[in-house]
Design a protein around this ligand. Structure first.
Ligand SMILES: Nc1ncnc2c1ncn2[C@@H]1O[C@H](COP(=O)(O)OP(=O)(O)O)[C@@H](O)[C@H]1O
Ligand SMILES: [Mg+2]
Length: 232
């Protein structure tokens, strides 16, 4: 398995205010698949994604990604894992306002071991024509495509998307998801998408449902729906 998470526990707070953000959660995912993670607000989705991406550490449990034990890595090694192997896309694009599209992506390319080429990534996300624009000169959907390009230029093994369509209208959501799907096809990237929009699950190979920090459902889709045909 490409991702293997077992008995994952993450607690926040102490004593009476203690919360199990992850309560013995488990997950396994094959390489090159798209996995959609569903669950209500507060069910532990972001915590799960942050653990998978090495942004934070588990209190208990095991995590292996691409044969590498991620749980228990020293801080230095965990940072390296995150930098080299993981691309993140968040709800609010987090682009640097004073940099152009190209410069925003370049920042990540500069610290990557084996980046894809700028032209290839701009082309793949169909944002070549915006390369010299600033984020505020783009729509939300266009900015999110730049954020995906920035995550993809390092050619990550894992692309982690947390509510990436949460701030977008239906049309832009569908388009952004179409590009996510394309990244999976074109670069073979394993992709996890967090959402509370049930309809997005139809584009996944695997669907995981979280409740109260536990994985209460894990299933494979026999047939996937192309992102552009999702009933969003
Ligand atoms: N840094 C934190 N400090 C304290 N509690 C947190 C923190 N992060 C998450 N939690 C709590 O853990 C639970 C899961 O949160 P989260 O993973 O953000 O859920 P989701 O992304 O599904 O909305 C919630 O009860 C939340 O309040
Ligand atoms: Mg969240």
């Amino acid at each position: 398995m490409f991702i293997e998470l077992k008995n994952a526990v993450k607690r926040y707070g102490k004593g009476e205010t203690e919360v199990y953000a992850l309560d013995h959660a488990k997950l396994s995912l094959e390489q090159g698949k798209i996995c959609v993670i569903l669950g209500p607000s507060g069910s532990g989705k972001s915590t799960l994604l942050n653990m998978l991406g090495g942004l934070d550490t588990l209190d208990e449990g095991e995590l292996t990604v691409a044969g590498r034990k991620v749980a228990g890595l020293s801080q230095d090694k965990r940072t390296r894992y995150r930098k080299e192997d993981v691309g993140f896309v968040f709800q609010f694009y987090n682009l640097i306002p004073d940099l152009t599209v190209e410069e925003n992506i370049e920042v990540v390319a500069d610290i990557s071991q084996q980046p894809l080429s700028m032209d290839e990534v701009l082309k793949a996300l169909d944002i070549e024509k915006y390369r010299h624009r600033f984020p505020k000169e783009l729509s939300g959907g266009q900015q999110q495509r730049v954020a995906i390009a920035r995550a993809m230029i390092k050619n990550p093994k894992l692309l982690l998307c947390d509510e990436l369509t949460g701030a977008l209208d239906t049309r832009s959501s569908r388009q952004v998801l179409k590009f996510v799907e394309k990244m999976n096809r074109q670069f073979g990237t394993t992709i996890l998408i967090i959402t509370h929009n049930e309809a997005i699950a139809d584009m996944a190979d695997q669907v995981i449902r979280l409740r109260d920090g536990q994985v209460v459902e894990s299933r494979n889709n026999e047939q996937k729906t192309a992102a552009e045909n999702l009933a969003l």
